[in-house]
Ligand binder design. Structure first.
Ligand SMILES: Nc1nc2c(ncn2[C@@H]2O[C@H](COP(=O)(O)OP(=O)(O)OP(=O)(O)O)[C@@H](O)[C@H]2O)c(=O)[nH]1
Ligand SMILES: [Mg+2]
Length: 476
């Protein structure tokens, strides 16, 4: 049973743990499937709501009506008092035939303050979500692994706690009448419960992150290189991952289909690992995104990071999403906001070294969009992009080569010498050593029993290979 159900059932009862007065603000473990629900959307000013509407659609929720009020948000009720009351009256008096008859959700197109959430839900008496709650609900319904569920739960509890604190505050100051001392005690008890659960979940998460980072260290000691995929949600990360690794991951035309990190090996390059992970989105409060830090670390702390953007997006959208991606990557690498001037433009040892830019879905983009995107990438100080399609395969070979070049430097051609008296081991043994140490792209048998092999290989692995070859392998 969800907390909301408990709330609704327990209304009017004398249960000290009932969060009386939370109205329709969902708290705690909410339902995971919102498919088929109907909502009304409240909008202020001239803000573009298309991304918000796409998020709602991703969840299978229908927006029955969008209500727009010009001007700035009201700090108490988001809408002005009179207009909010009109909405509330309409909701409470609606008949069976009313277009809103199926509505059980009010959406606010904003990252609302706890005060606004409480204010609106007190008035409308149905569930209220702002942008953050919408995202949390979406994350909850897409969270498949324990790791993802833990992350999402932490983010939800943090968010719930702000609402409870607001209610406690309103009760203490007398702004909220009717629940007396019992109300405030119950609220405080609930806050204490949340704190306890948060402590427990954070410990679990830290343990997981510790194990994860230990695995990363082990992988890198064993000579494996990791390539991380980052980018705005729906940029095509999982599709590129699938194309490069052949490993099945969830690919959906949905926002945030991926919430946790999947590792896979790059096809034909067992030493190159790929990390697919959660996407970025604008205006996600940093406390919420922090819950996903461990997941992101897997991709961001890679030897090479690919930043993806969908080149078939409208150029203005593309720029916004790239800006956000750049900001997120930078903040997470350096722990600070970026200026227009990138350190990586001056400092070869810093970020630019590890970042490649990839424009995806070129199969469905016009030439004009591609050109505009290239200009935007350059204006944002990002490295020159590779332009690919995971579907048609266009540009993929160039991208693969570029990834390997980034990781290993230029390809090396090796000459393997046939067996002789001092060194009788068969040449095939050395061929397999080369396969072990690097990624072979070409093998040619020469006339005099020599074998020439072209290979991507890490400097250290090459040095080891030569040192152990008893003079039978040479760099051409
Ligand atoms: N036409 C075309 N569509 C693509 C391409 N790559 C991805 N898509 C589509 O774009 C949508 C999103 O792709 P995903 O790979 O799931 O994107 P993602 O970045 O992993 O998204 P999230 O995990 O939700 O953040 C899916 O419908 C894909 O089929 C491409 O190269 N061409
Ligand atoms: Mg994905």
């Amino acid at each position: 049973m969800t907390m909301t159900q408990r709330l609704h059932m327990a209304k009017g009862e004398e249960d000290p743990f009932v969060l009386a007065g939370t109205g329709g603000v969902t708290l705690g473990e909410a339902r995971t499937n919102h498919e088929g629900r109907q909502a009304i959307l409240l909008l202020r000013g001239n803000e573009d709501a298309s991304e918000f509407i796409a998020l709602v659609a991703t969840m299978g929720i229908t927006i029955t009506e969008s209500l727009h009020q010009p001007g700035h948000e009201d700090p108490r009720g988001f809408f002005g008092k009179g207009r909010l009351q009109d909405v509330a009256d309409e909701l409470s008096t609606r008949s069976k035939n009313h277009p809103w008859s199926g509505v059980d959700l009010v959406l606010l197109h904003t990252n609302a303050t706890p005060r606004q959430l409480v204010g609106v839900s007190d008035a409308v008496k149905v569930e209220v979500w702002d942008r953050v709650r919408l995202l949390l609900a979406l994350f909850t319904s897409h969270a498949a692994s324990i790791e993802a569920r833990t992350q999402v739960r932490i983010a939800r509890l943090q968010s719930d706690r702000t609402v409870l604190r607001e209610l406690a505050n309103q009760s203490t100051t007398g702004e909220r009448a009717g629940y007396g001392g019992g109300g405030i005690t119950a609220l405080q008890a609930s806050i204490a419960n949340i704190n306890r659960e948060l402590t427990h979940l954070r410990k679990r998460q830290q343990k997981h992150a510790g194990a994860q980072s230990e695995r990363r260290r082990q992988r890198s000691r064993s000579g494996a290189m990791t390539v991380g995929l980052a980018g705005y949600t729906n940029a095509g990360k999982s599709s590129l991952f699938l194309n490069l690794s052949g490993k099945e991951v969830l690919v959906q035309d949905k926002l945030f289909s991926t919430l946790e990190t999947t590792l896979g090996r790059m096809e034909a390059s067992p030493r190159v690992l790929l990390a697919d992970t959660i996407g970025f989105i604008d205006h996600l409060p940093s406390a919420t995104l922090d819950a996903f830090r461990a997941t992101l670390a897997e991709a961001l702390e890679a030897d090479l990071l690919l930043i993806l953007a969908d080149v078939s997006d409208d150029p203005v959208e593309l720029e916004r999403k790239l800006f956000t991606s750049r900001q997120e990557v930078f903040t997470r690498f350096y722990g600070e906001e970026i200026d227009e001037e990138f350190p990586w433009q001056n400092d070869a040892s810093s970020l630019k070294h590890h970042v490649m830019m990839v424009l995806t879905k070129v199969d469905q983009a016009s030439q004009q969009y591609v050109e505009e995107a290239i200009a935007t990438v350059s204006a944002l100080g990002l490295p020159e992009p590779y332009i690919v399609s995971s579907h048609s395969g266009e540009g993929m070979q160039e991208l693969k080569d570029a990834i390997l070049f980034h990781l290993f430097g230029p390809q090396v051609t090796l000459l393997l010498l046939p067996a002789h008296d001092q060194s009788p081991r068969g040449i095939e043994g050395y061929v397999s050593d080369v396969y072990e140490a690097g990624l072979v792209t070409e093998t040619e048998r020469l006339d005099d029993g020599l074998i020439s092999m072209t290979v991507w290989i890490h400097e250290q692995a090459l040095a080891r290979l030569i040192a152990h070859s008893k003079g039978r392998i040479e760099v051409k």
